[in-house]
Design a binder for this molecule. Structure first.
Ligand code: ATP
Length: 239
């Protein structure tokens, strides 16, 4: 991990008069996985929405590979490499796995959409089921397909909002191991919002803890876990 790949500086997002995100900053290097954690309502999903362009911030800067993307629309950011996984909502249940990944690549205007689709499916161990319609896949495979759709076009940052929700322990472990491999193999930065603390602390290189829209703590997992303020506000004594 070397230079900075992605950064958010002084992000503020308001819902009416309420600041849901209030001056949040962090950065990621290529291949870095950063866990974004905090109690319900802390502002995690709102940070992701502001990064992807779903919601415009009232202040702050979002920058990918040195280029500011703060005011761009969702699709413009996706083309530049800001990608989000939607759990299963982006999957077409009646369409073949390979066809939909190739379609996603073609929509981005990639020169060789078929090759990109094949590469992503191979990396996620989905080639054996590439000819099936997505509705026939198991739940864990559907999550990986959703990840495949987010990974076409080699994004610079991948935003994941609770990717483990609803998965069994073995399925979570499998997805976590894929995420680790993908981040380092593709040099993609990953911002991971996840309630499963074992997964977050197990695969993240760094962690940001939010509370009431502000950064409560930030740093390497062990240091964050040992931080008394974090334990008190969020993790509890069991962590
Ligand atoms: N569309 C909205 N309109 C008004 N307030 C909202 C809206 N969406 C979220 N909020 C408020 O903004 C704050 C941050 O919410 P957000 O969903 O980002 O938190 P979160 O950390 O992702 O929570 P959770 O872990 O429950 O998903 C909360 O106080 C929430 O009630």
């Amino acid at each position: 991990m070397a230079k900075l790949n992605f950064e958010v500086q002084g992000l503020v997002v308001q819902y009416g008069g309420v600041k849901a995100v209030d001056g949040v900053s962090f950065s990621l290097k290529p291949g870095e996985i950063r866990g974004l954690i905090g109690p319900n309502g802390a502002g995690k999903s709102t940070v992701i929405d502001a990064i992807t362009g779903r919601r415009l911030p009232s202040a702050g800067i979002v920058r990918l590979k040195g280029e500011e993307v703060t005011r761009l629309g969702v699709f413009e950011r996706r083309k530049r490499g800001v990608s989000r996984s939607f759990q299963r909502t982006s999957i077409f249940a009646g369409m073949r796995v390979w066809d939909q990944v190739e379609l996603a690549a073609a929509k981005l205007g990639l020169a060789d959409a078929a090759r990109d689709a094949t590469e992503v499916l191979e990396e996620l161990d989905l080639m054996p089921v590439a000819g099936l319609v997505a509705g026939e896949l198991g739940y864990g495979e559907q999550r990986r397909l959703d990840l495949a759709l987010a990974l076409v076009g080699r994004p610079g940052i991948l935003l994941l909002d609770e990717p483990m929700a609803g998965l069994t322990v073995p399925e979570s472990m499998e997805l976590a191991s894929h995420l680790k491999k993908l981040a380092s193999g593709r040099d993609v930065s990953v911002l991971l919002v996840e309630h499963d603390m074992e997964v977050v602390f197990g695969i993240s290189h760094s962690i940001t803890v939010l509370e009431l829209g502000r950064v409560l703590a930030e740093g390497e997992p062990d240091r964050v876990r040992a931080n008394p303020r974090v334990r008190e506000a969020y993790l509890g004594s069991a962590a």
